[in-house]
Write a protein that binds this ligand. Structure first.
Ligand code: 4NP
Length: 163
């Protein structure tokens, strides 16, 4: 069982959250936390269940050395509230949807990813789906900083459990 289980949440699970999953996993596996943290991603919507990430998300991640082409979309479901410690949301609309669907026996906590990672209090990752490639690059920059913040926070929080 991993020491920490993080679920990244966006709307479609084909743009922001798979890019976040990819960069956060890569950064964790290159850190002293390697092998101790589970990272997954979901969408609050059902439209892209079973789909690979958006080609622009795959291309952006690849340009930064991260392969997310094997990821497949799935939708948030009640088990996620028991199987993860944190549900980390791309924007406030995602966070509202996550909180509105909380089952009675939920264990996970929820937050905004950029806030939780110490990048920006109350910060949101803008949806690039209807945008251009440069919007995906902007999102990648935010997620790259979030990945560093996630590693810093987990190293601090989990420190005592590595001895
Ligand atoms: P994401 O972007 O939430 O970052 O994956 C979106 C992808 C698809 C849709 C909306 C947002 N959609 O409406 O299909």
């Amino acid at each position: 069982m991993p020491d920490m289980r993080l679920l990244i949440v966006c709307l479609g699970n084909i743009c922001r959250s798979p890019m976040a999953e990819g960069v956060i996993r890569a950064r964790i596996e290159a850190s002293p936390l390697a092998g101790r943290v589970k990272v997954d991603s979901v969408g609050t919507g059902h439209w892209h269940v079973g789909d690979p990430p958006d080609p622009r998300a795959i291309a952006t991640a690849a340009r930064h050395g991260v392969d997310i082409s094997g990821l497949r979309g799935r939708q948030l479901w009640p088990q996620d509230y028991r199987n993860f410690d944190w549900l980390l949301c791309a924007d406030k609309s995602n966070l509202r949807a996550v909180r509105a669907r909380t089952p009675a026996d939920a264990r996970a906590q929820s937050a905004l990813l950029l806030d939780w990672a110490g990048v920006e209090p109350d910060g949101e990752v803008p949806d690039p789906y209807t945008g251009e490639l440069r919007d995906f690059e902007h999102v990648w920059g935010l997620l790259d900083r979030a990945a560093d913040g996630v590693v810093r926070r987990l190293q601090r929080e989990l420190d005592g459990r590595f001895v």
